[in-house]
Design a protein around this ligand. Structure first.
Ligand SMILES: [Zn+2]
Length: 394
């Protein structure tokens, strides 16, 4: 029987771990699942154990020399000099024991999600262990080793010959995924992120529209620092809706980094849970409108693992399964279990407090600037949609 939604998970995903003090902390997966279980919103048979990605599958997006280097690093046998050339052994992306297996496991999770959805075994699949959007074919970067989404999209092209719309709402630019499909017109990428002026990785400019065959299939909305919910969502809705109409995808892949939240320690956007409630809602709607429901969602960044990520990521699953009325207090047992272990005071409601931050005087300027950014970014899309309308009008 076809399932509506599957949740890809196993404890093996927790082995992707750089160190005790690294900001990328998969304990957020445990916190999220535990929250969903307390709510009664996830059942054992919703959970699908991910497979491993094979070397052949990794090679769809990665260079053989890079995979060999990761394997050497994984067993502690890669020299420091060589590591540097592959983006390894840095403060951001240090080497850890078993890193090949752990990284290939994350890719396998996204491939498992793809097979469920593209083989028609489920409408939607969520793999929160994925979303490592900074990985490049021959280089690790920004906490990312293998790029699960890029491998999975190459796999979709090869195995299912479907047109993919990739939408990335992580606060950082989805540079690795964009780069893998920059000259490809079968894959359209949209990244909405904090401007790279002061934030890693620095790319994701409004005029990165793709090249060659891929020109007009890459879109970027770099938002001003301190952007709040209204402007984030106005930009997201305009871009996603119009690009879906322009590109008419067969399947939608969303990357759901939860690091645009006001509390996130690494970025400077000012989203609240309102944004994280709205992001999956529109993805869900457009997947049904254009793709017969085919929607694969992965995780990504998110560094306030206690107050932000469990709620934000639960909301993706709850949207997928159509759970009604997600508001009011969080399950008491969840709060009781985790508050003693948390270094911060947990938020005890699904929504953030209305006085979470002081209003900033530049708000109107920021909104106006973001509106201009969206207008510039979507120029090609709007020209094309206008032509389509004129044609249809004749
Ligand atoms: Zn990020």
């Amino acid at each position: 029987m076809k399932k509506d939604s599957v949740f890809i998970y196993s404890d093996s995903l927790l082995s992707y771990r750089f160190s005790d003090h690294h900001p990328f902390n998969q304990h957020r997966l445990t916190l999220t699942i535990d929250l969903l279980k307390e709510l009664g919103a996830i059942q054992t048979n919703d959970i699908i154990v991910p497979r491993m990605a094979s070397d052949e599958e990794l090679l769809l997006n990665h260079e053989r020399s890079f995979i060999e280097a990761i394997k050497l690093a994984s067993s502690g046998n890669l020299s420091k000099e060589k590591a540097e050339g592959f983006g390894l052994g840095t403060e951001d992306t240090p080497i850890f024991k078993g890193m090949h297996e752990a990284s290939a496991g994350l890719v396998g999770g996204t491939l498992t999600a793809v097979d469920y959805v593209l083989q028609g075994k489920a409408n939607h699949a969520l793999h929160l262990g994925g979303g490592l959007h900074h990985g490049f074919p021959g280089k690790a970067s920004g906490f990312c080793v293998y790029n699960d989404s890029a491998v999975a999209i190459k796999y979709i092209l090869e195995k299912y010959n479907a047109r993919v719309l990739y939408v990335d709402t992580d606060a950082h630019h989805g540079d690795g995924v964009q780069g893998s499909f920059y000259d490809d017109n079968m894959v359209c990428t949209l990244s909405i992120h904090e401007t790279g002026r002061y934030l890693f990785p620095g790319t994701g400019n409004v005029n990165e529209w793709g090249q060659g065959n891929g020109y007009g299939y890459s879109f970027n909305i770099p938002l001003d620092a301190f952007t709040e919910d209204d402007s984030f969502l106005e930009s997201y809705r305009a871009a996603f809706t119009e690009i879906a109409e322009y590109f008419k995808p067969d399947v939608i892949v969303t990357q759901n980094g939860a690091d645009a939240h006001y509390f996130d320690p690494l970025t400077h956007l000012s989203s609240s849970m309102e944004t994280y409630r709205a992001i999956p809602r529109l993805a869900h709607e457009l997947a049904h409108q254009y793709c017969d429901g085919k929607w694969i969602a992965v995780g990504g960044g998110g560094y306030d693992i206690w107050r932000v990520v469990p709620r934000a990521w639960s909301l993706i699953w709850l949207e997928m399964i159509g759970w009604p009325n997600v508001s009011g207090p969080l399950p008491e047992n969840w709060l009781k279990r985790w508050q003693p272990k948390a270094p911060v005071s947990l938020i005890d409601q699904w929504d953030d407090p209305v006085d979470m931050y002081k209003p900033i005087p530049r708000k109107n300027d920021i909104e106006e600037k973001n509106r201009q950014t969206v207008d510039r970014a979507l120029y090609i899309v709007r020209q094309q949609l206008k032509r389509n309308h004129q044609k249809n009008g004749l």
